[in-house]
Ligand binder design. Structure first.
Ligand SMILES: NC(=O)C1=CN([C@@H]2O[C@H](COP(=O)(O)OP(=O)(O)OC[C@H]3O[C@@H](n4cnc5c(N)ncnc54)[C@H](OP(=O)(O)O)[C@@H]3O)[C@@H](O)[C@H]2O)C=CC1
Ligand SMILES: CC(C)(CO)C(=O)C(=O)O
Length: 298
């Protein structure tokens, strides 16, 4: 397959690097990373090991491929979509956190697949990405149900040795992941603690409340996500990733803009559409946005 990975930062470089073992890959990213990949290839170390030579560019306009994988931060999705729209792709797959696929669908004229990734990645130096955790990519039709396009993409990912599940219930999975991110990412970022700290009862109550509200909004959107499932998902992820610093906490540590708008912000916006109040998500979003504003990040 010809694959463009749009957003060759941490996750994009890892996924693109693994895909390049089997497929023709073009990474779209920034210098000096792109320059180093062109000069001496991309090294993957940590829990996986590879040295590959994908094509790499800084200008993502007018590209053509079977598939474009979107791995920019959620707040860069609209710009990425507008750039991808100048090219020619058979399908687009998002592996981002937050609900970004609707934005891609609105701006692109090709099938957009929904995806989640639980691989951990960190771009430590130009040309070098560290795999900090082997997880799984789950992908499928945005509205659920069977999808021959998703099956083809799933086969391509598996051929490259990426743990991949093609799922026919992406709406539920996306909202469950959103509930997890709305609970864990926000609370850990604001309290500056690792995920495992949410085993503490008070912090867990707050994360559970955000997840329960998210499940309520999901149900208003027609997605079957019981409160109990959202709460259990938080507990499972806290246990499995106890030592993680969530991606939002890493952004706060680095004084970088967070993905709050695509996580808590989306929960608040969708709740409003259905006349629901989500006070926990609203409060968490306000605090994070206040932090970003005070640092000139928004
Ligand atoms: N890292 C991880 O382990 C995981 C990440 N995710 C999700 O994946 C997404 C990406 O995360 P992550 O990889 O950590 O983020 P990064 O910031 O490391 O990667 C995104 C990269 O895309 C670049 N970029 C943005 N817009 C453009 C553009 N128009 N042209 C070229 N390059 C562009 C950014 O450059 P610049 O910053 O200079 O704009 C950055 O290098 C997020 O939604 C995250 O939540 C999900 C699971 C795991
Ligand atoms: C699952 C979790 C919470 C793992 O840290 C995550 O998705 C993130 O940090 O963004």
């Amino acid at each position: 397959m010809d694959i463009v990975v749009f957003g060759a930062g941490s996750l994009g470089s890892l996924v693109g690097g693994l895909l390049a073992r089997t497929h023709e890959v073009t990474l779209v990213g920034r210098d000096p990373h792109v320059g180093r990949v062109r000069e001496s290839g991309l090294r993957v170390t940590g829990e996986l090991d590879a040295h590959v030579h994908p094509d790499a560019v800084t200008d993502g306009r007018n590209l053509a491929a079977d598939l474009a994988v979107v791995t920019v931060k959620s707040f860069d999705t609209a710009a990425a979509a507008d750039t991808l729209a100048t090219g020619d792709f058979d399908a687009v797959l998002s592996l981002q956190n937050g609900l970004t696929e609707e934005l891609l669908t609105d701006r692109l004229d090709v099938p957009v697949l929904a995806g989640t990734a639980t691989y951990g990645a960190r771009l430590t130096d130009p040309g070098h990405v560290v795999c900090t955790g082997v997880g799984e990519v789950v992908l499928g039709a945005l509205d659920g149900g069977p999808s021959p396009v998703a099956e083809r993409v799933g086969d391509a990912f598996r051929d490259a040795g990426i743990e991949t599940l093609v799922a026919d219930d992406m709406p539920r999975r996306r909202w469950e992941k959103l509930a997890v991110n709305a609970g864990i990412n926000t609370v850990t970022a604001l309290a500056r603690v690792e995920n495992g700290a949410l085993a503490d009862a008070d912090a867990a109550d707050l994360a559970h409340a955000a997840a329960r509200e998210t499940a309520r909004v999901a149900r208003a959107e027609g997605v079957r996500l019981p409160n109990r499932a959202a709460r259990d998902a938080i507990d499972t992820v806290v246990e499995q990733t106890a030592k993680n610093r969530s991606s939002m906490l890493q952004d706060v540590d680095a004084e970088k803009r967070t993905e709050v708008d695509a996580i808590s912000g989306v929960v608040v916006d969708r709740a409003e559409r259905h006349g629901l109040d989500v006070p926990t998500n609203r409060t968490l979003a306000s605090l994070l946005r206040a932090w970003e504003a005070a640092r000139g990040l928004r």
